[in-house]
Design a protein around this ligand. Sequence first.
Ligand SMILES: C[S@@+](CC[C@H](N)C(=O)[O-])C[C@H]1O[C@@H](n2cnc3c(N)ncnc32)[C@H](O)[C@@H]1O
Length: 379
Amino acid sequence: MKSKVLFWVIVYIGILLVGLLSDWHIVGICKYILAIVGIFIASYAFALSSIAGRTLKRYAHQEPKSGFVPDRFTNFGIYSCMRHPMHLGIGLLPLGIALIFGNIAAIMASGWVLAAAFWFVLAIEEPETMALYKDSYIEYMQKVPAFTFSLKCIEKGLYALKQKELSQENSKVEVTGFEARYYDILMNLVTFGWYSKFIKKAIADIALSKDAKVADFGAGTGSNALLMHPYIGKDGEIVGYEIGKEMKEQFLENTKAYKNIILADKSILEPLNEEEKYDFVFISFVLHGFTRENREKIIQNAHKILKKGGAFVILDYNEFNVDKAPFIYRFGIRILECPLAEEFINTDIEEILEKEGFGDFSSKTYKKGHIRLLKAIKV
Ligand SMILES: C[S@@+](CC[C@H](N)C(=O)[O-])C[C@H]1O[C@@H](n2cnc3c(N)ncnc32)[C@H](O)[C@@H]1O
């Protein structure tokens, strides 16, 4: 292992010296274009090596703390689509950096670093791994290429690292800190501005009745309550159930002008005391962040506090095949969201609602069917 590290230290010192000793630089507009290409290549190289390192750390050891050198074969995550992501990353990084600095000698010399990476894999790594894992490695070589530039492979690697137990501890539904303080702004930033228009439309589609009493489960900053307010008028009432410190503060500040928007500092997971009080229970992008067991508790609470004939309105991800969804949805669900979100997408929510005493379902979908406003009536 030490001699392998020494090999790469020598190669990297070599390219560094070439860069430092030469002041032959790219000039003009090309300098900027190549710098952008360099940033892309360097980020790609860094992502490859980092994902590969983290995958090996987690999946290529007999015991979780059995040292630095992997002692177990893995074809998981990024290794399911490329045999040598780490070496591709190490080989490409100097090219990216040389392009960023526009150093012509270093750009040319970085070709040798890539060649060194290929040689290292063919002459050192592959024979060693083959001797160690024999037939299973040969079979793996037949199926998986040594290198690929596919971005889907990076996505696979990231997703595998994100996979965790489907427990409430791994959920992100309790939004706190920076994310909570700037929640509304961040929602619009990550969705490139479509979120505020979309939520307005979805709330209009609930068809809230005048004077209605509405419970908003996981009410967040109060922005949804403000959007619902014009529909219910001054004789209706909106009660926001919220437990997040930063969210509660914003809810109170944002809704202080309205006497009939109230904050209930209560968890929707604890049995609620009210009975048959509300015409609507609204829950927006909250249910997917709970385990199946906790979702049932929330549905039972909604059932208890709704009047007969009242509507439980769930705005959340629809059921769809995440594998076949466009990249932007796969990225959102598998990388940004908590692992429970995909499990929610694969769940038949209507079946659970029916068991808990709801029926007469109606729904509207948005964003090419990936988001759904589901209305379930207490029967
Ligand atoms: C993803 S945010 C959605 C906020 C809001 N519904 C919206 O659509 O903008 C989830 C919210 O649920 C709240 N929450 C999480 N667990 C809760 C619980 N057990 N009881 C009440 N609120 C909860 C969080 O604090 C957070 O404000």
